[in-house]
Design a protein around this ligand. Structure first.
Ligand code: PAF
Length: 281
């Protein structure tokens, strides 16, 4: 696996690679969820490049940028073993080489849901992914469904700006008790880890209710809320049921013909956890 630690090294490598380049952008601290993106990328012919960049502009001032886990050596080995062809590890100066005046916004989607609690987050994500796409010039972009709003924001970005890349969402990888894999799970204490599985249990309960015929958004939210309460999860940023493609609210708060997705964001201790589940029948 080629390790590319500068813009120049990436550009040189890119010149020798033809079409069918798949790209897996990450912030490192890799786990099986990230590796499933690499695996999905390898299902099609061509090469795969991953990137590791802990992007400062997507963290708010009170967030965990400084303590975000940085495990480069381990990540590199995991990607190498997964058969990834190249790893791009840029510096901040490689990514934000310009004047810093340009920001990419996907609005109002980026201010909704997680955006209400992390006001500049999606602007940071959209900006860094635009820069990465311009540098890497991949044909396919692989993103996890775990960060569902991010996936929808980036799909919209690619479509609205006519970027020549196909966006592929890859299903969430879960622990055996249902907890969605996340680099931030390592912040959880033992007791918090037990509480954290409330999130997937809440989503499954709502899915079950939907399958039993419940169509009222408020009732589905109440089912999820009750599970969170039962586990003692009290800090709930939101429980939402939205159109799975657009993330718009459902007309009159009733599930109709659209595919609904439930999205949750909670805090367990100081750790913010997000998860989602399609509630299709
Ligand atoms: O999902 C992530 O790890 C990040 O938000 C991304 C897409 C790599 C942008 O920094």
């Amino acid at each position: 696996m080629e390790l590319l630690t500068s813009r120049q090294a990436l550009q040189e490598w890119r010149r020798g690679v033809g079409e069918d380049l798949a790209f897996v952008p990450t912030m490192g601290a890799l786990h099986a969820g990230h590796l499933s993106l690499v695996e999905a990328a390898q299902q099609l012919p061509g090469r795969t490049i991953a990137s590791i960049f802990v992007n400062p502009t997507q963290f708010g001032p009170q967030e965990d940028f400084a303590r975000y886990p940085r495990t480069l050596e381990q990540d590199r080995e995991l990607l190498q073993d997964a058969g990834c062809d190249a790893l791009f590890v840029p510096s901040v100066a490689d990514i934000y080489a310009g004047s810093g005046q340009t920001r990419v916004q996907v609005e109002p989607l980026g201010s909704d849901l997680c955006g209400q609690f992390r006001p500049t987050h999606f602007q940071g994500v959209a900006t860094v992914v635009t820069v990465l796409l311009n540098l890497v010039r991949p044909d396919r972009l692989y993103l996890g469904q775990k960060d569902y709003q991010q996936l929808v924001v980036l799909r919209r970005l690619v479509e609205d700006l006519a970027l020549p890349v196909q966006v592929i969402g890859v299903p969430t990888v879960r622990e055996s008790d249902g907890l969605a894999l996340s680099s931030r799970n390592r912040y959880l204490s033992e007791a918090e880890r037990l509480q954290a599985c409330a999130v997937s249990q809440a989503l499954l309960a709502a899915q079950q209710a939907r399958r039993s015929g419940e169509r009222q958004v408020a009732a589905l939210q109440a089912v999820a809320h009750a599970v969170l309460q039962r586990y003692g999860v009290e800090k709930i940023d939101y429980i939402a049921v939205r159109d799975a493609e657009t993330l718009l609210e459902l007309p009159e708060g009733v599930v109709g013909a659209e595919d609904p997705v439930m999205l949750l964001a909670v805090r367990v201790g100081v750790t913010r956890l997000i998860d989602n589940l399609l509630l299709a029948l």
